[in-house]
Design a protein around this ligand. Structure first.
Ligand code: ADP
Length: 377
């Protein structure tokens, strides 16, 4: 096996020729690319150029010691892992080296296997450090993008509200104008509701990220949660000319979870089923219990989801384009939040859909057996 230089370069710095030779032989045999240097100055110059994942350095060298090399390597790139080689007599110094930032030490004499093992562990350490730095960079980018994104999203409804208020200010008191006045007020109210729902979604995401959304778990009968949500959507369904039907079993649908979270989860699916429906369409919410799982499906006869949306559907901020020209408001967070909640509860969420026919979102959650058993007593 030949490793690529970027993945597996080891820089060895040791003034002892025999030691450099044997390190090279052992590590090259394992597939690493090895560069050896007889003193710290040359070694550091190469490290700055090669940025290797791993440096193996002898502590005791004439001129610049291994102890002096360690901080300079960290100055070049704190992610480079340093392993020190030391004689038995200098174990204390090795500990000091680790306090200075070395990852591990290898006492002389060592066997080829001991060297290989420590190098393997150090490489793994480097890989993990690299991954977490990458994740941190992505989070930071997201944070920056988030501020821009949120500001942009807030701006559109705020500009609209401002314009409506501006018009309202100029309207006179004549009776004909009264009707229009009401219309502009209603538009303002609709936009403020939009703003509120956006802010609610962003706060929910923030709570999920901080692990504070689904903290209060109890046994919850999902039939109750579904009925409450459906009640709250009666008006919206009527406005959208969508009929909602619930098919819930006689026996409770017990799950162990946070009631508020479960409500957010099902609410997101049910609003979407109404929002992405067609006038005269239907929404069917069905709950059942099978093989230790509570299954809730939310079906609609709406616009459906094109295949090309599938990979992104549950990602943050993904919003599909309106195919029928109907303007729908949203944050692109509903399904992302739903998926996070379901995963946290050890369940799954899936979707079947056909464009222009409709979609079915199906949530599976582990049933809460203890409560179900209690009910039977
Ligand atoms: P939002 O509804 O705020 O856009 P969601 O995360 O809830 O965000 O949904 C992401 C996208 O998935 C929507 O913009 C829409 O394109 C699509 N979608 C979600 N649910 C449905 C549905 N029931 N029918 C059709 N498309 C849907």
């Amino acid at each position: 096996m030949v490793m690529s230089e970027a993945a597996g370069t080891v820089v060895v710095i040791d003034d002892d020729y025999a030691m450099r030779l044997s390190c090279r032989k052992i590590l090259e045999k394992t597939g690493f690319h090895v560069e050896t240097f007889e003193d710290g100055i040359q070694g550091l110059e190469a490290i700055a150029r090669l940025k290797p994942p791993l440096v193996v350095v002898d502590l005791k060298m004439p001129g610049m010691s291994g102890m002096e090399v360690i901080p300079r390597v960290r100055d070049i790139d704190p992610l480079i892992v340093v392993v020190v080689i030391t004689g038995y007599a200098t174990i204390d110094t090795a500990v000091e080296a680790m306090q200075n930032g070395a990852y591990d030490f290898l006492p002389k004499p060592f066997s080829p296997d001991e060297l290989r093992l420590i190098v393997k562990r150090a490489m793994e350490r480097h890989r993990l450090a690299l991954e977490s730095r990458q994740a941190e960079i992505e989070r930071e980018l997201m944070r920056r993008r988030f501020v821009t994104f949120v500001s942009h999203q807030l701006q559109t409804p705020l500009v609209a509200i401002h314009q409506y208020l501006d018009v309202l200010k100029q309207l006179d008191d004549s009776p004909e104008v009264q009707v229009r006045r009401q219309e502009w007020f209603d538009r303002c109210l609709k936009r403020t509701e939009e703003l509120q729902s956006m802010i609610r979604d962003w706060l929910t995401v923030a709570k999920i990220e901080g692990n504070t959304l689904c903290g209060q778990r109890t046994s919850v009968d999902l039939r109750e949660v579904i009925s409450e949500i459906l009640k709250s959507y009666e008006e919206m369904a009527a406005t959208e000319q969508v009929a909602i039907e619930a098919r819930l079993p006689e026996q409770p649908l017990w799950v162990w979870g946070d009631r508020n979270c479960l409500s957010v989860l099902l609410d997101n699916l049910i609003t979407n089923a109404i929002k992405y429906n067609k006038p005269g369409g239907k929404v069917d919410v069905c709950g059942s219990l099978a093989d230790g799982e509570v299954i809730v499906s939310v079906s609609d006869t709406g616009v459906g989801i094109p295949d090309q949306y599938r990979p992104f559907l549950f990602s943050e901020f993904f919003r599909g384009k309106s195919e029928n020209g109907k303007r729908t408001t949203g944050t692109g967070l509903g399904l992302h939040i739903a998926k996070k909640i379901v995963s946290e509860m050890g369940g799954s969420i899936g979707v079947e859909s056909e464009v222009n026919v409709g979609s079915t979102f199906r949530v599976r959650l582990p049933a809460w057996r203890e409560q179900a058993e209690k009910g039977k007593e």
